[in-house]
Ligand binder design. Sequence first.
Ligand code: GDP
Ligand code: MG
Length: 163
Amino acid sequence: MLPQVIIIGRPNVGKSTLFNRLVGKKLALVDDQPGVTRDRRFGEAHLLGLDFTIVDTAGWEDDDPSSLPGRMRAQTEAALDDADVALFVIDARAGLTPLDEEIARWLREQSVPIVLLANKAEGRQGDGGLYEAFSLGFGEPIAFSAEHGQGLGDLFEALLPLI
Ligand code: GDP
Ligand code: MG
């Protein structure tokens, strides 16, 4: 069985774009509107010779913010149990949001290794968010662009010892 890598993050940070980038097919829906991915999606990822199952999640995409913590547990905790690594994705252009912090707090309580991706970091517009991401406590964030395929080598190096 291939190792499993799960993508976690608030809506619109680029999780499905990352999934598509790693799978190489348009398996996950990408949209400008948050909440497009309704279910967990599994794909076979290939990254510079590293093969793993990649899981796109939508556990934090909910119209009702008051039910957020419950849905986090219900939809994502079981998925996280099966995962060997979690890719925690933030939007470097938008900077950190309260929901990012909430997800980070929750992830710190989990035992799975975390790799932090600061997505949308192409160009200079992501520099502030990239710096902010250090404060999440998951070490150095990988400057990444799912849309432009930047940071794939750094992601490979981060995953290699973990899977
Ligand atoms: P999800 O809700 O986390 O699954 O996010 P999506 O993958 O659906 O992407 C949300 C939006 O961000 C879409 O408009 C994407 O085209 C855009 N996006 C994703 N990755 C990047 C990136 O690396 N750079 C930029 N500038 N936009 C991106
Ligand atoms: Mg999505």
